[in-house]
Write a protein that binds this ligand. Structure first.
Ligand SMILES: [Zn+2]
Ligand SMILES: [Zn+2]
Ligand SMILES: [Zn+2]
Length: 490
């Protein structure tokens, strides 16, 4: 069998039969060869239908055709029965499986103080206990601050509410736990970004020393900015970019008040000369303060003055040949992560903003006999080769679907958080690293290029021809115009 070609004897190196990495210590030996501990653990956490005997059980073996095999059909040696629960699986400690150990730990952590499991947290207990790979649950609950948070909530030391969670830290772990609690129905679902903005706002306002300024900013935040975010949350997810915009507005509003104070004026004493001077420098950077200025004028916090018009321009136009060069690179460079290649391709090919791309689900990719369709609007649009192949390859290998939280995720780009897609900002940073800066201005520039050269035409320009693409190119004109331009506003 393969993998044993380089033997343990002598000075020759050993490699894992599965991942081909060099092995530094005597590993597990299976019929197919030596297996490193990572591949070994992963294999023993894989379940499904055995391609040999059709039984539904642990399937660590891999058949010649790639199908999964049970230990008996694969001839894998060893005992994989948990001495506690009798289930088949990797024995974590003293013959006991990871799920049993996780159950013990959760029983301990989620004790309500009377020796019983906290009733309110029972859904979380069940959810974590039944996760596909309980070992990741052990890792998570193994961290000291996670254990402390769970104990504090179970014992009632910290109220089991969103406000209660606000008292806990560090915020990353709290955000993860909050997602889990909402996911399992323990806490009511609230828009995560409204919440995050609220938390940020508390800190932001607390740092304002001038009491009058703070009061005005508080009113602006609660009467205007938060109200607007909540209105959006009632219709659709708020998303990271609106959260960011809202913060920028608050920061710039404070900046304006401080700047005005240095000139010796309170807001109700602001003059046209002040406003003109404020807008004379850093025009683009100060733009987010305009909403605050208008709000102040409407609410009699400031005299009615004229806000100078700031012309907008497209800072970095993109040309068709650059679009094609980028597309060619993302199509062919398999050194780049597949996820980034797919996201960049969707952006360049269909001019969709990242905030829209990250919210695509696997159901938006329709695989039919005569090709692949993508639901960007109605009707779905054809994806020509070679892009279709890239998309299907990615579908088969989506990241973040094996962790505790996203096993059943249908997001095309699942994030690390329960039930959440990857954030558009995170995706933007990833593309930035590849040398592609997807600003909103560029996305709208690309939209023009899509009208000139829709995807099937691009496929042809890159040297790929197929009949389906040609057929779709014929009715392309109408389809490409029908995409809704992305909503970038707050
Ligand atoms: Zn390996
Ligand atoms: Zn079998
Ligand atoms: Zn067990």
């Amino acid at each position: 069998m393969t993998g044993t070609s380089q033997d343990v004897a002598g000075s020759r190196k050993l490699t894992c039969a599965r991942c081909r990495r060099d092995l530094r210590w005597i590993p597990n030996r299976w019929p197919e060869g030596y297996i490193c501990s990572t591949c070994h653990t992963w294999a023993l956490e894989t379940y499904g239908r055995c391609a040999g005997c059709s039984a539904s059980r642990m399937t660590p073996g891999i058949a010649a055709d790639g199908g999964r095999l049970c230990v008996d059909c694969a001839g894998i040696p060893g005992d994989y029965t948990c001495v506690r629960c009798g289930a088949e699986g990797r024995r974590q400690r003293k013959g006991v499986c990871a799920r049993c150990i996780l159950t013990d730990r959760l029983t301990d952590l989620l004790d309500d103080g009377t020796g019983k499991l906290s009733e309110a947290l029972a859904p979380l207990f069940e959810g974590l206990r039944c996760m596909d790979r309980p070992r990741s649950g052990l890792t998570w609950t193994g961290s000291q601050h996670v254990a402390q948070m769970l104990q504090a909530l179970a014992s009632g030391d910290v109220p089991l509410t969103h406000e209660g969670l606000d008292q806990l830290s560090p915020w990353r772990s709290v955000a993860y736990l909050r997602d889990l609690l909402m996911h399992h129905g323990v806490l009511p679902a609230v828009d995560r970004h409204v919440l995050l903005f609220g938390q940020w706002l508390t800190g932001h306002l607390a740092a304002v020393d001038d009491l009058k300024q703070r009061k005005l900013l508080e009113q602006y935040a609660s009467w205007h900015v938060l109200r607007k975010l909540r209105g959006i949350a009632a219709r659709q997810p708020v998303g990271a970019s609106r959260d960011r915009n809202a913060r920028r507005k608050m920061v710039k509003a404070l900046e304006f008040l401080s700047w005005l104070a240095v000139r010796g004026h309170a807001p109700d004493e602001c003059t046209q000369a002040d406003l003109d001077a404020w807008h004379a420098d850093y025009r683009i950077a100060r733009r987010p303060a305009q909403e605050f200025l208008r709000w102040c004028m409407r609410n009699k916090g400031m005299p009615r003055l004229e806000i100078p018009v700031i012309p907008t321009c497209n800072p970095a136009p993109i040309h068709q040949h650059r679009r094609l060069a980028l597309l060619r690179r993302f199509l062919t460079d398999d050194q780049l992560p597949l996820m980034d290649r797919v996201a960049a391709t969707l952006l360049l090919l269909y001019a969709q903003p990242l905030s829209r791309i990250v919210r695509l689900t696997i159901d938006d990719v329709i695989h039919e006999d005569d090709g692949v369709l993508l639901r960007l609007g109605d009707p779905p649009t054809a994806v020509p080769e070679p892009f279709a192949g890239l998309l299907l390859a990615f579908l088969a290998a989506r990241p973040n679907t094996t962790t505790a939280t996203n096993a059943a995720s249908t997001w095309l780009f699942p994030g690390r958080r329960a039930g959440q897609p990857i954030q558009s900002q995170t995706m933007g940073l990833r593309l930035n690293k590849l040398g592609f800066v997807p600003t909103n201005a560029r996305t709208s520039a690309i939209r023009q290029l899509v009208l000139q050269a829709p995807p099937p035409v691009v496929a042809g320009m890159l040297g790929y021809h197929d009949e389906t693409a040609a057929r779709h190119a014929a009715d392309a004109g109408g389809t490409w115009k029908s995409y809704a331009p992305g909503d970038h506003t707050l």
